[in-house]
Design a protein around this ligand. Sequence first.
Ligand code: NIG
Ligand code: FE
Length: 415
Amino acid sequence: MMELLIQNAREVVTVSSSGKQLKRGAEMRDLGVIERGSIFVKDGIIEWVGREADRAIDTSSETDILDASDMVVLPGFVDSHTHLVFAGSRENEFSLRAEGKTYQEIAEAGGGIWSTVKEVRVATKKELKRSAEKRLDEMMKHGTTTVEIKSGYGLDMDNEIKMLEVINDLEKEHYMTVVSTFLGAHAVPPEYGKNSGEYVRFLLDKLTPYVGKKQLARFSDVFCENGYFNALQGEHLLNEGKKYGMQPKVHADELGSSGGAELAAKVGAISADHLECVSEKGIDALREANVVATLLPGVSFFLGHGYAPARKLIDAGVPVALASDFNPGSCMSFSMPMMMTIACTQMRMTPEEAITACTLNGAAALGLSNRVGSIEAGKVADLAIFNVPNYRYVPYNFGTNLLSKVIKQGVILEF
Ligand code: NIG
Ligand code: FE
């Protein structure tokens, strides 16, 4: 039996949902902050949380005690959209954009997703795994305790499977909670020329059934965008995935309004991600179908394009999550505090909304908000502890890592 008491924190930011699995509208601003708060953890599960003055649970000689009197405790961050398994890097594209080229121009000239696919195809599983493990370690040092990782840099039978096997190995072997998403429809590989139809057939007939039967992924995803996959192709692919229990996600309306949000609503996706160019109709569809809108402010920041209409979405009652989209092309950062800063300064989200979006609503975007995403009795003790005067300080003081400790399933991780 393992017991841990985190005692007398300046603030315990519970993001308490009182049984709700996600927050929308004004609920997103209610963080349930407990001043001078304590958390009692037993065998990795939160048993009690409240004011230290009200604590009735006694400690024994077996209980580890963490004095948090200078600290603010948040739920560990849930980064619900990443492409963390990759090889190589793309700082050449970063330079080209500084000279005025756009993401699309670079992709059309043979860069973009395809340049990472070439590197991944020649990398061994061991190499992919080792580099991913290092990134996961770093992410934990920034307070992330749950992460979704997509395939999509293999784009053929062997290499998509290789990526998914690496992601599944990470799930088993790393401290991080890892959730796997199949993104065979990330781009059409050049061996198919311009024939996206033939590649979609291969995904429908061969790759999706294989991934589904082997249960290599929890979700399936499609890059629904002009020049990649259209909404009808997306619908077929996501419905095929559903046959094997893979719940849909959609890369929606990033570079243009291409019906991605409407597609997400139609197929019953758990989330629609990006949404920089979402239409009014798309916003209505998301609300009605109860789809989480996962916004990725790091991408707009890094590529220098417009931001998703966070205010409109929140005010319309769509539940909003924030994620990093960490990948070598469009967002080379996995810092969730950094994503919060950008969301607050560029998208006019409040710090409270940003924290809810990085915790409970991120967990909801992965179907995990019954287990993680808030600090409540019965939930897993995944916690990010910051050495700051109050929770607003986390997005306020940007570009530096203010994390003091991360607790994963009740264990204080040492780095
Ligand atoms: O989410 N939009 C598609 N995929 C990634 C970019 C991947 C890449 O450029 O390598 C994204 O932004
Ligand atoms: Fe992405």
